[in-house]
Design a protein around this ligand. Structure first.
Ligand code: NAP
Length: 284
């Protein structure tokens, strides 16, 4: 009997965590299904050739999309979800009849650990977001949907401006270097406010420099969220905890976005009661 399967495409692809995540959930669910990594290069025609092959196979349920295809795959698809349209990038492709549909689950995956807080009401919600690349785009759109005012900081301030120009509401752009120097701004009482500080750059990843942040920019009571998940405890999160902030690591976003993809591929919610075991597996 044919087995339904999904894949992750990109180049390089050997480091992708997606096979581990999806195989773990397939096994825990007792579902018959498979998940594998496929190297698809950026060479002209490679993505189209992959999608043609996939559509010809009735057992193909979809694919995750990683670098360098997240934006480049868009013209090859028939339709985009609202989130993918907003982010201008796709990390999940599914088949709907004869159509290929692009989704972006990064924004919702990012919001997942914040849901209990977002269910509360606040006088004002503000996020300082570092980075203006793919992850930052998805995060920015998700946060605006949740009523946040954003300050987006990137090393090339023009990229932050460009991202803001696509977002409704009044937000602000700044060069990343602004946050490396002290500010003399005095934060008022923050009761009823929700402040987030988010790293969506590769700074702090293994082999990368750390994010230069002067903590005078971080309002008291802020939640510090790092999209980086290798290492899990970045210098930013260690420092945040030492200063009494709640810290959220990038595995939450990684698992959250994958769970949305799993349900799209296999029609069943990911068995999230095993998250602790999964986190241990992902950090081994
Ligand atoms: P990306 O599209 O390449 O964007 C990276 C962003 O960081 C860009 O704004 C880039 O600026 C900036 N940047 C890169 N190197 C920098 C440096 N040395 N100093 C200052 N800024 C720098 O990458 P991405 O996909 O958004 O990923 C960003 C981070 O998020 C990565 O660490 C990735 O692992 C993580 N991530 C995590 C998840 C998750 O599920 N947890 C999901 C996606 C991404 P320029 O545009 O000027 O190059």
């Amino acid at each position: 009997m044919a087995i339904p399967y999904a894949e992750v495409i990109g180049e390089p692809i050997v480091h992708s965590k997606s096979p581990l995540l999806h195989r773990f959930w397939l096994e825990k669910s007792g579902l018959e299904g498979a998940y594998r990594a496929v190297r698809v290069s950026a060479e002209h025609g490679s993505v189209q050739a992959y999608l043609d092959r996939a559509m010809a196979d009735p057992d193909w349920r979809g694919c995750n999309v990683t670098a360098p295809h997240k934006r480049a795959i868009v013209p090859h698809l028939d339709r985009l979800s609202r989130e993918a349209e907003a982010a201008g990038a796709v990390n999940v492709v599914t088949r709907e009849g004869t159509q290929l549909v692009g989704h972006n689950s990064d924004g919702r995956g990012f919001l997942e650990p914040l849901r209990p807080l977002l269910a509360q009401s606040h006088l004002f919600r503000m996020a300082r977001l570092f980075g203006a690349g793919g992850a930052a785009r998805a995060i920015a759109h998700a946060l605006v949907d949740e009523g946040f005012t954003l300050v987006i900081a990137s090393r090339d301030a023009a990229k932050a401006e460009q991202l803001l120009s696509e977002i409704r509401g009044e937000h602000h752009a700044a060069p990343l270097s602004y946050f490396a120097e002290p500010t003399d701004f005095v934060f008022d009482g923050r009761s009823g406010l929700l402040d987030l500080v988010i790293n969506a750059t590769p700074l702090g990843m293994q082999g990368e420099a750390r994010l230069a942040l002067d903590w005078s920019h971080v309002p008291p009571g802020s939640i510090v969220y790092d999209a980086v998940y290798a290492p899990l405890q970045t210098a930013l999160l260690t420092e945040a905890r030492a200063r009494g902030h709640r810290a959220i690591d990038g595995l939450h976003m990684l698992i959250g976005q994958a769970a949305i993809a799993f349900e799209l591929f296999f029609g069943r919610a990911a068995p999230r009661e095993h998250d602790e075991e999964l986190r241990r597996l992902l950090t081994r």
